[in-house]
Design a protein around this ligand. Structure first.
Ligand SMILES: Nc1nc2c(c(=O)[nH]1)N[C@H]1C(S)=C(S)[C@@H](COP(=O)(O)O)O[C@H]1N2
Ligand SMILES: [Mo]
Length: 207
C-alpha cells in the first residue's frame, strides 16, 4: 500500500478525496513547519498588530482587543507550495472580516481606494493579497489549531489563516496589516513565487 493510499480516508462531507487535492500535491498527516529564518517567540500579552496604510493615522490592536472580538471556528484543507496538502484541519480565531469591522470602528470606513493588503510578521516576513482574498468567511486571524493555542513554530500566538491559497499567503506571527491602494510583492513574491498562489491553478512561481 502506498503512503498516499494509507492516508486516504473518506471526506466528512462526502466529497471525493481526489477532488480535494489540488494538482501536484501529496497528502501529509503531520503538520510540517515551513519558516524562513528563526522562530520568533511572542508572548500573547506582548502581541500587537499595527494597522496602517491608506489611513492617515495607524492603530494598534492588542491581544486583549482581539479577545473582545467575535470568534469563529473553521474546518478546512491547507496546501503548501512545497507540495504537501493537509486535509481536515481545525482552527479558531477572529475572522478577518470581523477584525476589519473593529478597524472601521476605530478608524472609520475603509476607503474605497483600498485594493490590496500586505500582511506583516514579527521577523519581517510579508505577503501580499488582494483585499477580496481576505474577505472570505474562512479567513482567520487564527489563535488555535486543533483546539490548542497555536504553537510558536506554526505562528502563535496569532497567524493569518487563508486556506484558499498556497499557505505562504498566510503570515505567521502576524504583527501588521497594511492597507494599500496598489499591489506590491511580499517576501516570497519578490523571490519568484506567484503573485496569486491559487493551488487549483498551480500558481506556484511567476514566469
Ligand atoms: N512569518 C512567516 N510566515 C510564514 C512563513 C514564514 O517563513 N514566516 N512561511 C509561509 C509558508 S511558505 C508556509 S507553507 C506556511 C507554513 O505554515 P506552518 O509552518 O504552520 O506549516 O507559513 C507561511 N507563513
Ligand atoms: Mo510554503
Amino acid at each position: 500500500m502506498s503512503l498516499f493510499d494509507r492516508f486516504r480516508r473518506p471526506s466528512p462531507d462526502g466529497t471525493s478525496l481526489d477532488a480535494r487535492i489540488p494538482p501536484g500535491q501529496t497528502l501529509t498527516k503531520g503538520f510540517p513547519v515551513l519558516t524562513y529564518g528563526p522562530t520568533p517567540i511572542v508572548f500573547p500579552e506582548k502581541w500587537a498588530c499595527r494597522v496602517w496604510g491608506i489611513y492617515e493615522t495607524g492603530v494598534v490592536f492588542t491581544w486583549a482587543d482581539l479577545q473582545a472580538m467575535p470568534r469563529t471556528k473553521v474546518h478546512c484543507d491547507i496546501h503548501c507550495v512545497t507540495r504537501w496538502s493537509k486535509l481536515d484541519t481545525d482552527w479558531e480565531g477572529v475572522r478577518f472580516s470581523d477584525f476589519l469591522k473593529a478597524v472601521e470602528a476605530r478608524l472609520g470606513p475603509l476607503p474605497a481606494s483600498v485594493t490590496h493588503v500586505m500582511q506583516h510578521s514579527f521577523g519581517g516576513y510579508t505577503t501580499n493579497t488582494p483585499l477580496s482574498y481576505l474577505m472570505d468567511d474562512n479567513v482567520l486571524l487564527a489563535t488555535t489549531f486543533d483546539g490548542q493555542p497555536l504553537e510558536a513554530e506554526h505562528g502563535g500566538p496569532v497567524r493569518m489563516m487563508l486556506p484558499r491559497y498556497y499557505f505562504w499567503k498566510s503570515a505567521k506571527w502576524l504583527n501588521g496589516i497594511e492597507f494599500m491602494s496598489a499591489d506590491r510583492p511580499g517576501f516570497w513574491e519578490r523571490y519568484g513565487y506567484h503573485n496569486n498562489g491559487d493551488p487549483w491553478k498551480e500558481e506556484r512561481f511567476s514566469e
